[in-house]
Design a protein around this ligand. Sequence first.
Ligand SMILES: [Zn+2]
Length: 271
Amino acid sequence: MFLRTISRLTGSRCSGDCQIFQGYVTLTKGGMMKAGEFYTLTLAGIPIEAVYRNVKSMRLTVYPPDGRVLIAAPAGTSLILIKNFAVNKLTWIKKHRDRFLQKTSAARPAPGGTLKNHSKVFLWGDAYELELIERRGNPKIIIEDGLMKMYVRPLSTKAKKLEFMDKWYRRIIKEAAEPLIKKWETILNMEINKLYIRKMKSHWGSCNYQRQTLRLNSELAKRNPVFLEYVIVHEMLHIIESGHNKDFYRLLSKFIPDWKMIRKKLNSGEP
Ligand SMILES: [Zn+2]
């Protein structure tokens, strides 16, 4: 039995961290599983890793903190059997993944989310105390003496303040991401046509490999800068290899050898 990509319904949308992405069902590589080899198949937007192990029957595990799904299968199990096994367990997989992902997002700091004076806010992994200062003139944010000073017009609504802060974080990410993308365009010999920055709940980043565009989550500005570069490189590598398969992880390991540790920290919610 030999299998190539079974079906691809839409373009690749990756999570930057293999969390939640939607759209297509693929088996990235065909044939029988061999010792030490692993494959990623995607079901209902969930990446599922399949690996050969010395086991008698297939075993399915969903791991915290990021809801990584792994199927360990006995030697010689065909990928179509593994896929059917995963399809049958999909409800179970979703339930357990959702539980982990909810916990992960709850553990994540939501700096600036409350926008109360003296609340804790984050920039590049460092905590600051928010100081709201009302005065006339254009709103601005300044980092000074361990404080994030936010100047706003008198009687600004909470929505206006939040909107301004989100815009500020988006600009921070844009300014930091552009030189990093340039650096990796040279290393990877490719070109990114457009960069979008949005505040997103479930993705750190995504990539449209056909249009060669990147989308980054502005929330990355609150975290250690190492995460931004990891997400950028992860997404750019999808232009070379769209799936989460062995070739993709080989590339990732080549360019970011400690990506596993970075991914774990990113999803752990530590700033
Ligand atoms: Zn990915």
